[in-house]
Design a protein around this ligand. Structure first.
Ligand code: NA7
Length: 552
């Protein structure tokens, strides 16, 4: 089959008709899912709340927004034509370039005619007798579909802390994840930014260049490694493209979905001198590969400490003022147990006269005032406030939609104490329902593109099987999802992840159950498990043939 030939759909244009599948979200997951379902001859419709494709890269338009995965790896691999034709300009792609790429792919595959933009799915309910999902949107659309596939992304519900007084603020405020499309000009302004996660670490150096003064309100300092971003060397790109098939395969079977796999060597198995040389080398190369320096950095505290200490020393070297430097040095959690950041001149930015770091752990923010912000120690006059406060990750968007499975069971109710899934793909009580990169799968702890493609292909192979075998219902069981969720927890528990207050475990959202959500067993191993489940006839799922009614 030609992998990029636009596939004809038979969508009638009416928005109240019966279709095979509804896909929620038109980011990279939803786009590829639509393409695969068309190839199967199924009629699929995508609902997307934005007015364009791109998902994460449609919404996150804050200054400096850039992917932390290298461009040649953060791209679709399913089509040789697409991966050969598209030219990335930089080692790490900036948000506008990724968005152009998403649109280019969508146009090439003629996807947009089956995407209903500016439309949010509010409610979805499974009709057991008809084996169909009834989907309702905020614009009054109703669709009836046999399959419901959530491609809603992991970081798509902005987390805005409920600061007292925000309504009274006379200036402008923004959340990094909902940035105005027309951009923001901070020239001449006193700007406050709350948060020092990845979004803040990317935007702080850019905003500092524009603003009159930038106040950074930091609760927890973060480990960050330089990106060493720059234009891509054409010889390197040629080499990658010549070897793409093999390199992609390496990524698919690796631990984290990257071409460069985690070193099998333990940090303690080399001399102190050799260890420092390896960290030095990785620091110079830059990027998330720093955590792959040794195989036991995320499972052994002593090993982790050597990698953490190297970064702390670099921060102390870069930041001139020793008091500021100490505030920026993370000390109370292991490196990599909150998402490692990669930056372009982040720590150097604190050497600027117009940047002030404010520690809001020791002196918390008390209130937003009409003219700025007050901590327990001081008042700050601000023209604009940027909330770089992250997302209700992985489950937020799924729980915001009123999804009701068999017997009216609500997903948000079922996940009250934390998400339970089988393979991060399926939920008991919710037949014919799939989550792409859902909780319980490697998702955000991997190269998202690799994990998205793996899930999309697994789901489309599954639907092909159901169609061929005339299966009307596929559903996992409570026992299987409990066992898988226990396994996810067990693997995470054997590592150091519990020690970081990360969004991976919901620690950033007050009241959210603290449960570690991504599967940490490795992308390659996870793929093997999923493939085995399919090869053995979808073990862990109950498949019901078309002719068997509920009463049977
Ligand atoms: P993150 O990584 O969740 O960072 C959010 C930041 O906001 C983090 O520094 C938080 O401090 C801080 N925060 C959140 N709430 C508050 C309150 N109430 N007061 C002060 N500071 C607060 O989100 P990002 O958008 O930066 O990155 C998300 C992912 O996108 C990233 O990991 C990459 O995968 C890409 P805390 O650490 O909780 O003390």
């Amino acid at each position: 089959m030609n992998d990029v030939a636009a596939v004809t759909s038979t969508d009638t244009g009416s928005r109240n008709d019966s279709i095979d599948a509804v896909i929620v979200g038109a980011g990279f997951a939803g786009m590829y899912m639509l393409h695969r379902l068309r190839q199967l001859g199924l009629i699929a419709r995508v609902y997307e709340s934005g007015d364009g494709v791109g998902g994460t890269w449609y919404w996150n338009r804050y200054p400096g927004a850039r992917c932390d995965t290298e461009s040649v790896e953060y791209s679709y691999s399913f089509s040789e034509e697409i991966q050969q034709e598209w030219e990335w300009s930089e080692r790490y792609p900036a948000q506008p370039e990724i968005l152009r790429y998403a649109n280019w792919v969508a146009d090439k595959l003629d996807l947009k005619r089956d995407i209903v933009f500016n439309t949010r799915v509010d409610r979805a309910e499974f009709d057991e007798d008809l084996a169909q999902w009834r989907i309702q949107t905020n614009s009054g659309d109703q669709a009836v579909a046999r399959y419901l596939i959530m491609a809603t992304g992991c970081l798509s519900t902005a987390q805005l802390p409920r600061f007292e007084g925000l309504d009274s603020f006379k200036g402008a405020w923004y959340h990094t994840g909902q940035w105005p499309h027309e951009g923001v000009d901070f020239t001449g302004q006193r700007v406050g930014i709350i948060g020092t996660g990845s979004s803040a670490i990317q935007s702080i150096p850019v905003i500092a260049e524009q603003a009159d003064h930038l106040y950074v309100f930091q609760r927890t300092p973060n480990y960050s490694v330089p990106a060493h971003n720059g234009p891509l060397d054409p010889d390197y790109v040629r080499e990658v493209k010549e070897n793409y098939q093999q390199l992609r395969e390496q990524a698919r079977t690796s631990r984290r979905g990257y071409i460069l796999d985690v070193s099998p060597v333990r940090a303690q198995d080399v001399s102190e001198e050799e260890r420092q040389a390896i960290y030095e080398y990785r620091w110079e190369v830059g990027g998330l590969g720093y955590l792959s320096s040794f195989g036991n950095l995320l499972s052994d505290s002593e090993a982790n400490e050597t990698a953490a200490e190297f970064v702390r020393d670099r921060i102390r070297e870069i930041v001139h003022d020793p008091v500021t430097a100490e505030k920026l040095v993370p000390t109370d959690y292991p490196i990599g147990t909150k998402r490692l950041c990669i930056d372009t001149h982040y720590f150097e930015t604190y050497n600027r006269d117009n940047v002030t770091l404010v520690d809001v752990k020791s002196a918390p923010i008390e209130t937003i005032t009409p003219s700025g912000l007050r901590t327990s120690e001081a008042e700050y006059e601000l023209d604009s406030i940027v909330f770089a406060t992250g997302f209700d990750a992985m489950t937020g968007t799924l729980k915001n939609i009123d999804i009701r499975g068999r017997d009216g069971i609500q997903l948000r109710e079922k996940w009250r104490d934390g998400p339970v899934t089988y393979l991060g793909l399926a939920v008991a009580g919710f037949p014919n329902f799939f989550t792409i990169t859902g909780p319980g799968s490697p998702s955000v702890l991997s190269n998202m593109m690799v994990s998205i493609e793996q899930h999309v292909e697994w789901i489309s192979d599954c639907l092909e099987h159901l169609e061929r075998e005339q299966i009307s219902h596929i559903e996992t069981t409570p026992e299987e999802e409990q066992a898988w969720t226990a396994h996810v927890n067990e693997v995470a528990g054997s590592m150091l992840f519990a020690q970081g207050n990360s969004w991976w475990k919901g620690a950033n959202v007050p009241g959210k159950p603290v449960v570690f959500m991504p599967y940490t067993g490795g992308v390659g191993m996870y793929r093997e498990i999923c493939d085995r489940v399919a090869a053995e006839g979808y073990t862990g799922f109950v498949l019901r043939p078309v002719h068997v009614s509920t009463a049977d």
